[in-house]
Design a binder for this molecule. Structure first.
Ligand code: FHN
Length: 442
């Protein structure tokens, strides 16, 4: 049955993964820190004494706050405890290799002194270019910086959710020019930026203007050679998002996994392309919320398991932090960074430059494949009480050795394509890594 191919002007630009150095670096980084910071950090989910349980960065809409009231929060933005260097050091200790920051979230407030709107950092009591401080501090720690940009904009008068009249179309065209100019400004003024992370692109207005998403992608790559763009930006001629109407990924990597991960058994299709999952610590809070008792707060180990799970399927993991309005980072987030970091310090090699092994998912945890041939890592989260780990290998593959921390473990072939690795009968506080050396047919 012949599948209909659509002729598209604004569809995917490429089939298969990008293989240039910038993309290899992005892929090898594997672990990133997401930062949501804006005016919403000041009220932190609480308005006139009332706590709103929905996402703190949506407070303006949940508490039905008039635009002018919300916008005047700008005159309170003065983060006395902010230190870009401390944030960057914390990210470094956690093992993050890149950081993605909200230059502008849905509220429309800009963390950089944009010449296209007055609703920006330069008009706050803080006054300085906080984005530049962050870029410099993170880059100095060797961490790549990427820019999050919300196309949806609650502040701009020309933003439209849909185009229902000629007036809408004229206004929205002005908005698209504004956003294009802002993005060009970001790419020009912060030349070390590595990637652009688009959000707020799901409305009909954007879907009806796929050409614009295409042109933005082209422009960013011209101004900032090597720039990487997420699939969330893109819509094609027919309004298809992420994947074009012919099923091809648009942008450089897939960014649809939000607060969820692909299933390691049934969603293996993701291993065919680059992808990134973004994750919150509480259930659904990206910006700072004062009260974290309103939902489950993930533990460092739950998050670490998600990082390993993501690596095992060839994806990047972007873990969100929501600093407070005063620029401090809450103790829960600091603990997460410290605990993940202590494990990453010894075991980061099973994450960085590692990916999908092509072996079946097994009960004790995850495989990750380093770039070195004939080597695989087992990252053990669920150690059986017997201390014996069953390893099912693909047909024709042999395990020659298994070791942990340089110490050899006994490996026993117990059936066709099945081995037993004799590990310890002991309780471990953190996941253990076993390195397998494998051989081919023989
Ligand atoms: O509405 C936003 C949300 O605040 C947050 O920025 C996330 C991050 O992926 N994106 C949107 C929801 O998809």
């Amino acid at each position: 049955d012949a599948k209909k191919e659509f002729k598209l002007q604004y569809g995917a630009q490429r089939t298969g993964k990008r293989t240039d150095a910038a993309m290899e670096r992005w892929r090898g980084n594997r672990f990133g820190q997401f930062i949501h910071w804006g005016l919403y950090a000041i009220p932190g989910g609480v308005w006139n004494g009332k706590t709103y349980n929905y996402a703190a960065e949506f407070l303006k809409s949940s508490a039905k706050i008039p635009g002018s009231t919300w916008d005047s929060l700008m005159y309170q933005f003065n983060p006395k405890k902010f230190s870009a260097k401390e944030w960057a050091r914390m990210a470094k200790r956690m093992g993050a290799k890149y950081m993605t920051i909200t230059t502008k979230h849905h509220e429309g407030f800009c963390l950089w002194p944009s010449r296209f709107t007055e609703f920006n950092i330069s008009r706050t009591p803080y006054g300085k270019d906080i984005l530049k401080e962050l870029v410099d501090a993170y880059n100095a720690e060797g961490i790549d910086v990427n820019f999050y940009y919300s196309v949806l904009d609650w502040h701009h008068p020309d933003w439209r959710y849909d185009i229902k009249s000629p007036e809408d179309s004229v206004a929205f065209r002005r908005y698209l020019d504004f956003a294009f100019n802002q993005l060009k400004e970001l790419a020009t003024n912060y030349p070390t930026v590595k990637a652009f992370w688009f959000d707020g692109t799901w409305d009909n207005s954007v879907k009806k203007n796929g050409w614009w998403t295409y042109e933005v992608e082209q422009m960013l790559k011209q101004v900032s050679p090597g720039a990487i763009v997420n699939s969330r930006l893109r819509a094609d001629d027919r309004g298809a998002r992420h994947f074009d109407s012919n099923g091809q990924l648009m942008g450089d990597y897939e960014s649809g996994y939000e607060r969820r991960l692909p299933d390691p058994v049934t969603d293996l299709k993701v291993t065919k392309w680059d992808w990134e999952a973004c994750m919150t610590v509480p259930e659904n809070q990206w910006g700072y919320h004062k009260d974290w008792s309103i939902s489950h707060v993930k533990s460092p180990l739950e998050l670490l398991e998600m990082l390993v799970h993501t690596t095992s399927m060839g994806g990047n993991f972007l873990l969100n932090f929501g600093p407070a309005g005063d620029g401090s980072i809450r103790p829960e987030e600091q603990r997460i960074a410290a605990e993940i970091g202590s494990w990453m310090q010894n075991n980061g090699n099973v994450i960085y430059n590692s990916g999908y092994a092509g072996w079946e998912k097994q009960d004790w945890g995850y495989f990750t494949a380093p770039s070195r041939p004939n080597t695989l890592n087992m990252v053990v989260f669920n150690l059986p009480v017997s201390g014996l780990l069953k390893v099912k290998v693909p047909a024709g593959v042999k395990i020659s050795t298994a070791s942990t921390g340089g110490k050899k473990l006994r490996v026993e072939e117990i059936a066709k394509n099945q081995y037993l690795v004799h590990f310890e009968r002991k309780w471990f506080a953190m996941p253990q890594v076993i390195v397998l050396e494998t051989g081919g047919e023989g």
